[in-house]
Structures are given as structure tokens and as C-alpha cells.
Design a protein around this ligand. Sequence first.
Ligand code: HEC
Length: 125
Amino acid sequence: MNHRVGIGLTGLAMAMALLVPVVAEEASLLRKAKGKDLKRENPLAQDPEAAAGGKRLYERYCAKCHGGNAKAAERGPALDRGEVREAPAGALYWVIRNGGGKMPSWGELPEPQRWQIITYLKSQR
Ligand code: HEC
């Protein structure tokens, strides 16, 4: 009887150990965005050239982790999801500027290039 309870608890502890990192990874970086960046509007949202330029920048800097056409790769989540498309531009800006976890900060990237990438990510269907 005691033996069984022991196995049950061990099993539970193991399940928790497996679950916790998965849950942590699910908590989107986008939801951590805060402060004045979050309220920023994309000055290039309506610029027809920005999405094309942003795609080129994306493929150069981001695709190695997030995959070609933002369709996910081994090192990062897909970015062609509705959650990304519908996120406030300012939340995307915050994530790109600050990074977090295994996502590097892209604060060195000139601001207009960051907005172009955001225009591209939001233009995806
Ligand atoms: C070295 C690999 C790597 C590179 C390069 C990279 N990212 Fe990331 N990115 C990640 C990882 C890993 C996450 C998930 C981080 C987390 O949730 O803890 C992430 C998360 C994100 C998120 C949030 C996604 C979500 O669902 O919350 C966005 C947006 C994002 N990255 C955009 C970009 C953009 C734009 C670029 C290029 C300028 C880029 N990333 C380059 C690894 C990378």
C-alpha cells in the first residue's frame, strides 16, 4: 500500500517536472509587453513598401529561429499565428526591442527596420 502511494507521488512529481517548462514556454512573450512601448503606433503600418522590406529583414535576422515565412523552426515559435497578427504593434515592438528567454534583443536594429518587420508580420495571411 505504502509502496503504491510512493510510486503515485513520484509519478505526480515527474509529471509536474515535465509540465512546468512546457507551461512556462506557452506563456507568450507578447503578453509580457508593458510600459510606453506598448502604446506605440506603427508609423509604417500603411506603407506598401514596408511589408516587402520587412519580409527581407525578417528572412535575414529572424528566420533562422522562427522559420522561413514565419512558419516555425527548431529554435523559435511560428510567427504566422493569429496571436501575433492581432497583437498590438506596440507589443511586437516591445518584444523585438527587449527580447526575453531565448529570444535575443534587437534593440540595435534601427527603429524603422523594426517597424517594417512588424508591418510584415501583421500583413501575413
Ligand atoms: C536565436 C533565436 C531567435 C532569433 C534570431 C529571433 N527570435 Fe524571436 N523568439 C525566439 C524564441 C526562443 C522565442 C520564444 C521566447 C519565449 O517565449 O520565452 C521568441 C519569441 C518571439 C516573439 C513572441 C512570440 C509569441 O508568441 O509570444 C516575437 C514576436 C519574436 N520572437 C519576433 C522575432 C523577430 C521579429 C526576430 C528578428 C528580428 C526574432 N524574433 C529573432 C528566438 C529567436
